[in-house]
Structures are given as C-alpha cells and as structure tokens.
Design a protein around this ligand. Sequence first.
Ligand SMILES: [Zn+2]
Length: 260
Amino acid sequence: MCRFQRFTENDAPITCGQRQCPDRACQAKAAHKQAEILIRSFRDRLPTHCVVLKITDDEVTTSGQMAKSLRALTQYFRDFRKTTIPRKRVPRNRKSSKMLGGVHHDDSTPPPADKATPPTIEYDCRIEFDEWGLPHAHVTFIAPFGGSDAAMKKLIRKWWSASCDGRPVSVYCKPVKTAEGYARYVTKHLKDRSKVYLPPENWNGHKCRLIWQSRGFLRRPAKEIWAELVQEWYPPHAVTHEESGNGTATPEDINSPIAG
Ligand SMILES: [Zn+2]
C-alpha cells in the first residue's frame, strides 16, 4: 500500500512514484521515470562503462561508511580530470613542422585525442542493496578517454580499494553496449523487480544518499529532461480535452516528485 494512500475521484489508488515507498507500484513508477530520463540523456551523452563495486567481507557497511568510501572514490574521479596536461598552444605563424621535431601535422587532422582534450569522467552512482541489506554501488561512466577496458578496470579497482579502508573489494567493469537497455537495467526499470530491495531501516539517507551524480552526467538537469518528456507525451492541447480521474495516469500524476 502506498504510504500516502491517495485516491482518484473514482477510488483508484494514486501511486506516489517515490523510490522508497513500500508500494511496489510506486517503486516501479520511480524506476520508470529514472529510466526515461537516462534514455533521453544518453541520446546526446553515451555511457561508456558499466561498473559494479562491492565490499566483499561479511562486515556490515553502514550508511556513514559507504558515504565515506564514495566521497573518497568521487574525489579520485575529480582528481583524474586534472591529470592530463592541456595541449600546448602553437602560435599560428609557426607552420613548419620541423620545429616540432620533424613530424608533419596537417592542420586538418586533429591531434591525438589524449592530448587535445582533458579527460572526461562523468559518473552516475546508484546504491543498491542485497537481500541482507548490504549495499553495493552501480556506477555508470561517461569516460571516453580511450584506454583499454582492462586498464579502466584496473584504475577503478585501485581507486575503490583505496577508498574502502583496506577492506576486500570486488570490481566489475564492462563497456556499455546498448545505452537504452542499460538505462533500464541500472534504474531497475525491469519486468521482474523481485530482486530489488529497499535500503535497510537503519540506512541514513541523509548521510548517504542513494544516487551520486556528477554535474555533467546528464545533458540537462533531470527535472528539465522529465518536463520535456511529459510535454511530448501529453501535449497541452490534448490534456485540456481529457477528463482526469478515469484511472489513467495524468501528467500531474506522473510528474509527482520522486525520492533520491
Ligand atoms: Zn507510494
């Protein structure tokens, strides 16, 4: 039962759409919204890597400990952005390639990517729980810095391990193949949600929120992407002719805020 227990005029239950509502329908609605936002954003900013981070000992990981680990981890991400030295500016009149060591650089061919652009690393980290209430993190990266997948995994493992106070960790890291399917998977917008667990009761969501996202991960703020989608699905002229309360979702219904 939804914790708000609201009903339409025809006594149909209204789902609040909050991720942490005990009502499965509300959780599914939240997952749907999250998935649609990612799918739309991924059109312009493709995810590159899908990562799962775990702590593998049998100790309980509290919200405070998890937050500490994720703060440390995301600091590595921020530091990484500063690692590559920006490309040196070459004066326009310096046409001779001999001065640059004999290698001819045609102006029309871009220089190697690793020198031309600072490393991009945008992330979206979602905390999930297993049936015993133990947390793990699903991290989606937009990190097209051109290294091998093995190198990426090694780097993430190093950072995650260093972020967990010496506890044993496991890291799964694979390239994302289909962005849309991945968006549904990572937001748990799935037909079978029986393996999706709410945070344990002692989880402090203020200490450790469930989604950590870098500013450049989404192409626009989530709220704006969602408004754009609702606008497309329910053009204003269609809404004015439709009576609400007939059991189908109205824009207001879908637009209700979600947790996280
Ligand atoms: Zn609810």
